[in-house]
Ligand binder design. Structure first.
Ligand SMILES: [Zn+2]
Length: 211
């Protein structure tokens, strides 16, 4: 029995769209980040190596096998990370990896994210764990998420960035945006809590300089 493949034309258009959104929103710069979608059988649609995701064309995207091979070109060096996720999560059909600055600040400071801070994330994303630091594009990076990805749809990569998964690419991208917003609000909330304001004497002098 043949396995039904998702509509490849739609998948390619969606990947170009999500690449542009990641770039336009500043979740990646230059040639950072990568995307993938699970196709039928053991193949995946991925972004090519070394290309800006803000200017990809549908024909630039590559179909690879589980060893990262494609006759059409060189796939993203992070294909082992994507392949590892698909092996561990049969329910996942798409993966987003980016370097969003607020979330990456946490990943670089050795901190995970607590989703209980916000009503929007308390149930959906109670925690975004932090995976151990590993070199980009290595099997070690792919292995770093193994303790977390079976039960978490979003993981911080130590000193690196974020990876999110979903039932489709738009869902994985939406989660990426949510992680970034959670990181941003967490830092702003901490900054706000640390604002002790002006002392009474100084305030009195400013408000009533002649008094
Ligand atoms: Zn990266």
């Amino acid at each position: 029995m043949s396995v039904a493949r998702p509509n490849l034309v739609v998948m390619r258009r969606e990947m170009v769209t999500v690449g542009c959104r990641m770039y336009d929103k500043g979740l990646i710069v230059a040639a950072e980040g990568n995307l993938s979608v699970r196709l039928g059988g053991h193949s995946f649609l991925v972004t090519p190596a070394g290309r800006c995701k803000g200017s990809l064309r549908v024909q630039d995207l590559l179909e690879i096998d589980t060893l990262g091979r494609s006759p059409q070109g060189t796939a993203t060096s992070e294909w082992p990370l994507h392949s590892q996720i698909y092996a561990l999560r049969p329910d996942v059909r798409a993966v987003c990896h980016a370097h969003p600055p607020w979330a990456t600040a946490f990943a670089s400071a050795g901190r995970d994210l607590d989703g209980s801070l916000l009503t929007e994330t308390a149930a959906q994303l109670p925690r975004v764990p932090l995976a151990a630091r590993s070199l980009p594009g290595t099997e070690a990076l792919a292995d770093s998420i193994v303790p977390f990805i079976p039960t978490c749809d979003a993981v911080l990569l130590g000193n690196h960035g974020v990876v999110t998964v979903g039932a489709d690419l738009l869902s994985a991208f939406s989660l990426l945006e949510t992680v970034e917003r959670l990181a941003q609000v967490t830092l702003l909330a901490e900054a706000a809590a640390g604002n002790s304001g002006l002392d009474r004497e100084t305030l009195g002098k400013l408000q009533n300089p002649s008094g």
